[in-house]
Design a protein around this ligand. Sequence first.
Ligand SMILES: NC(=O)c1ccc[n+]([C@@H]2O[C@H](COP(=O)([O-])OP(=O)(O)OC[C@H]3O[C@@H](n4cnc5c(N)ncnc54)[C@H](O)[C@@H]3O)[C@@H](O)[C@H]2O)c1
Length: 305
Amino acid sequence: MADTPTVLVTGAAGFIGSHLCDALLAEGKRVRGVDRHELEDCANLQGALTHANFEYVSRDLGQEAEGLCMGVDSVCHLAAMSSVPDSITDPRRCHTDTCTSTLNVLQAARKAGVKRFVLSSSASVYGTTLEAPVVESVPTAPLSPYAAAKAAAEQYVRAFARMGVDGVSLRYFNVYGPRQERGVIPAMIRAFNAGRPVTMFGDGNQSRDFLYVADAVAANLHALRHQRPLGGEAFNVGCGHAITIRELAVQVGRVADKQPAFEQQPAREGDIRYSCADVTHAKRVLGFEATVRLPQGLRITMGLA
Ligand SMILES: NC(=O)c1ccc[n+]([C@@H]2O[C@H](COP(=O)([O-])OP(=O)(O)OC[C@H]3O[C@@H](n4cnc5c(N)ncnc54)[C@H](O)[C@@H]3O)[C@@H](O)[C@H]2O)c1
């Protein structure tokens, strides 16, 4: 077992991180999961914690990551402040949780001779309203501290790739699936289940590219497996199709077998108008392509498949 690869997953107790831990363990990897939560608050890790190849470390990575990468082959760094509104309320904390944590983990990775560093970044770095699928060469233009911190973290990944820690940034679009607590899809599901109207911020015609969580996990697995240096490059990780929030409510309603009713709210600060991935680059270089279609992903998320 000594040569079983070990992957450090930060943000392991979160939505995507916990699914990634499960997938890595299923592949036969050893996983060291890190999060700021105490073990008793890690409901998402229930399955992983029963696995002999899983180890959990509680640590605030914005403070330090000393020693965490010893014996680790690769890192998937997901720990971050994951909410745009929270980043507007508390930009300094966003910087610490997202940017400083990235720097701390990269330093620990460099010290330990880690071979591959995979950053969970975000499509929010584009901050664009362009009415076309966005390609990675479009300059970043963050609209929120959340996006600014992700853009900065990506630059650290690039810099450390020149310093011996080969890395990559995965710009997720809107990820959804079981265990997600925040975000538009869980909010819609809760509204339908409670017989309440769906809250619509702005006119509801803002569009998003929704990616099922298993596909976000698959993108990480492709990035870990990639044999050649990735040089700190960024890749879009989405489906390549966008739908409006209004259309999404109709689709969720269809799966729940209910007609949507809407409650109008003003548009939110920092909200992007149009967001859709051009996925050509990830497909060509990483061999990654999303496989779960929205209706199927919604059925699984709602416990109906
Ligand atoms: N969910 C999405 O749609 C989406 C889209 C784009 C990017 N992302 C990125 O993917 C990653 C995972 O997102 P998620 O939806 O699973 O979010 P999440 O909030 O469920 O998970 C993030 C985890 O990071 C942990 N964390 C935060 N700050 C920390 C710190 N200083 N030290 C240790 N742990 C810390 C949190 O406790 C949490 O468990 C994040 O980096 C997020 O920005 C997510």
